[in-house]
Design a protein around this ligand. Structure first.
Ligand SMILES: [Zn+2]
Length: 210
């Protein structure tokens, strides 16, 4: 089907926006747009408003940089979480993955990516300074570096290890096993749960000391 000869400019614009989403081609975008066109107007308003509200109102937790509806996320605000442990992850999906294991009761720190000179991402672009401030100021006794084992992930993990070594805390990494080479979000819950339970001192994994 030629999606470039649409009978409506409005439809064409909507299709263009839908097609800008990851994994959505123009054909799928057209199918979705036509589906929305068939829905009751209030349903589509609700749909549109949900996306607008999410974009405009979701905040970043001022402590851990997780996404949150309030200034402090539910995890940081929960007095039953062990505030002595901070699990450092790449993105908010990783927080969700680790939470889904039900094996971790500490806090998090979301870096917002990994160091990647090729993509122009340097340590200053990530939430690393706020992590170090937290460790310097807070009651953290352990930092768990839970970053994917891609090349950029390893670089970032070692960078963090060096920085965190300046503080009197335990630095751990996820146990390596089945998840090696996978990104955290693709790791199944049982494996991820085990690797966080069986975490090891960081220096044991990499065979060098800071
Ligand atoms: Zn938080």
């Amino acid at each position: 089907m030629d999606t470039h000869s649409l009978p409506s400019k409005l439809l064409d614009t909507a299709v263009g926006e839908l097609a800008s989403l990851p994994g959505i081609g123009r054909k799928t975008a057209l199918r979705l747009a036509l589906h929305l066109l068939k829905q009751p107007a209030e349903q589509v308003n609700y749909f549109g408003n949900a996306i607008i509200a999410m974009r405009n109102e979701v905040k970043q937790c001022r402590v851990c940089c997780n996404i949150s509806d309030s200034d402090t996320c539910e995890i940081c605000a929960n007095p039953n979480r062990e505030s002595s442990t901070i699990c450092v992850v790449e993105n908010v999906q990783d927080v969700m993955s680790i939470e889904a294991t039900l094996q971790y009761n500490g806090l998090y720190h979301v870096l917002g990516g990994v160091i990647s000179p090729m993509d122009g991402i340097s340590p200053g672009d990530l939430n690393i300074a706020s992590l170090l401030e937290r460790v310097a100021a807070g009651d953290a006794k352990e930092a768990i570096i839970a970053i994917s084992t891609t090349m950029e992930g390893e670089t970032t993990a070692y960078y963090l290890y060096k920085k965190l070594s300046a503080y009197p805390i335990k630095i751990s990494a996820l146990a390596r096993g089945v998840e090696f080479g996978n990104e955290l979000e693709h790791t199944d819950e049982i494996t991820l749960g085990r690797s966080i339970k069986n975490r090891t001192p960081f220096e044991n994994l990499f065979g060098h000391k800071g």
